[in-house]
Design a protein around this ligand. Structure first.
Ligand code: SF4
Length: 504
């Protein structure tokens, strides 16, 4: 049975070769993953882990005119308060009404864990439909109902019979996967199983009398469709990056629509009406894009992130090649590069030779490290939060560029602090949420992604370098703060190797 026919989405631990604990060079990492030994690596000590449900929620909370029903203890939805601010900002920057997400919880108690939470869930879905009249109700199934065996899919099926909204189940028990990236698949699995992804007659088009699709404008419609691209976004990709890529693809005469975050049910019905699906990250969309190829025969492209000169050129060329426009893409890249190189010229002497450590998403850190090396920065190491086979092509290039550099797969804070203390980088480019720790360690930092700023293509590389230069300008805040902050680790921890606790 195909994954898409299953009620529960597969976690990446089953579907791909992944890992969350590794230290060694890039070649060793690739070989370890290929041989299947990556997931056997573990730690004798773990500080904390992340829950895959959190990323599914991040995506669902951006979908327009939706309501989220959290099926679980009330605490599982706590992050929605923070997501509300982030989502509102994302909506208003994309020209949409900044309406905060509505969410309800079945608030499972001890007695529900014994007696089951199905009745509560059914009532909550009915209430959400009646009270808020949403277009979509996301039912997020957390750890507790998956442990006690609630039949969430059956409740969703029954509730759908009496609901005006589309009821979409998102199965994402946090305990089931060691990597949070499983959350992307869980979100897409819900969309592809429960939402209509084709245009509806009379709602989206006028059917012709012979029962065909369109009476008027058929030729024009097909022409537009043959030049339309679906671009698949992610929470970490801001509107500035989307705009930059739409600008570049528009220069090639292509029409671009962005999915699935910040989309509505009406927009999602158009997903099947495109000539090509394009991902902006190797580890984000393959599950959905393979489905769209299988179901609607739409080819897809996943060729890394358009960060830096060579990756942006490659990304544009790969897309253009599908439309027979590779030469146009080369000319566009030549023109844009010339302008961008002039613009970043004054920054280069200020960053060259500086020692940098990169930490965060596996694709971004690898791609950005190669680009910063090209510009003359001294990349000390990379630290990816997880590794999976989708990132292999990038790590082949990391291996060529940094054959002897020890890199790590780690999302553990104690290991991070140890690395910073021992390696003493001039700058850390790091995942959001780590900037406070880095300031306390006395190190200037730049966010690896920030939805308020640009990172992709030519605007992005200029913006990134500008921020790196700015970070070096005045480091007194970090110096003063670090003089007054004590970390909870013994001094002896810093004498040990950062990855002392990783064991096979
Ligand atoms: S790990 Fe489970 S219990 Fe914890 S927040 Fe995630 S879904 Fe809820």
């Amino acid at each position: 049975m195909s994954y898409y026919e299953q009620i529960m989405p597969p976690v990446r631990d089953q579907r791909l070769k992944i890992g969350d604990s590794f230290a060694g060079n890039a070649r060793e990492m690739i070989e370890c993953a290929k041989s299947g030994c990556m997931l056997r690596h573990n730690r004798l000590f773990w500080q904390t882990g992340a829950c895959q449900m959190s990323l599914s929620l991040m995506m669902a909370s951006t979908v327009e005119r939706s309501v989220i029903v959290m099926h679980g203890p009330i605490g599982c939805g706590a992050q929605l308060h923070a997501l509300s601010v982030q989502g509102n900002k994302g909506k208003s920057k994309r020209g949409k009404a900044p309406v905060p997400p509505v969410w309800l919880s079945t608030n499972l108690q001890e007695s529900d864990v014994i007696g089951g939470g199905e009745i509560k869930l059914h009532r909550t879905i009915e209430y959400a439909d009646r009270e808020f009249r949403p277009e979509i109700i996301f039912v997020v199934s957390t750890c507790a109902p998956n442990i006690i065996g609630d039949d969430v899919e059956e409740i969703v099926r029954k509730a759908q019979e009496s609901s005006a909204a589309h009821v979409v189940s998102l199965h994402c028990p946090g305990f089931k996967s060691r990597v949070v990236a499983s959350a992307y698949d869980a979100f897409y699995h819900g969309l592809l199983r429960h939402l209509p992804l084709t245009p509806e007659p009379w709602r989206d088009f006028i059917p012709n009398t012979a029962g065909g699709q369109r009476d008027i404008g058929q030729v024009e419609y097909e022409l537009v469709r043959s030049r339309t691209i679906n671009l698949w976004n992610a929470t970490s990709i801001g509107p500035g990056d989307e705009e930059e890529l739409i600008r570049l693809l528009g220069a090639l005469g292509l029409k671009v629509r962005v999915f699935a975050e910040y989309s509505s049910a009406d927009e999602l019905r158009q997903v099947s009406q495109a000539a090509l699906n394009v991902s902006m990250c190797n580890v984000h969309d393959d599950y959905m894009l393979s489905f769209l190829e299988e179901k609607f025969d739409i080819p897809y492209i996943i060729v890394g992130m358009p960060i830096g000169f060579s990756d942006t050129r490659q990304w544009l060329k790969s897309i253009a090649a599908r439309f027979g426009q590779e030469e146009d893409a080369e000319r566009l890249a030549d023109h844009e590069e010339e302008r961008a190189r002039k613009a970043i010229g004054p920054f280069l002497p200020k960053i060259q030779g500086k020692r940098v450590l990169l930490c965060g998403g596996v694709v971004r850190v690898g791609t950005e490290a190669i680009f910063l090396k090209e510009l003359g920065m001294d990349v000390l190491t990379l630290r990816a939060f997880h590794y999976e086979s989708g990132a292999e092509a990038i790590y082949e290039r990391v291996s060529e560029n940094f054959p002897n550099t020890r890199i790590a797969v780690s999302n553990q804070s104690f290991e991070f602090c140890n690395q910073i203390k021992r390696l003493k980088p001039d700058l850390v480019i790091s995942h959001n949420g780590t900037q406070g720790v880095l300031a306390k360690l006395g190190v200037p930092s730049v966010q690896l992604f920030d939805v308020d700023r640009s990172f992709f293509a030519y605007n992005g590389l200029f913006s990134l370098l500008q921020r790196i230069v700015f970070a070096f300008k005045n480091t007194s805040y970090q110096k003063r703060l670090s003089a007054h902050v004590k970390f909870p680790y013994r001094e002896s921890w810093y004498d040990r190797d950062a990855f002392h606790y990783i064991k096979d």
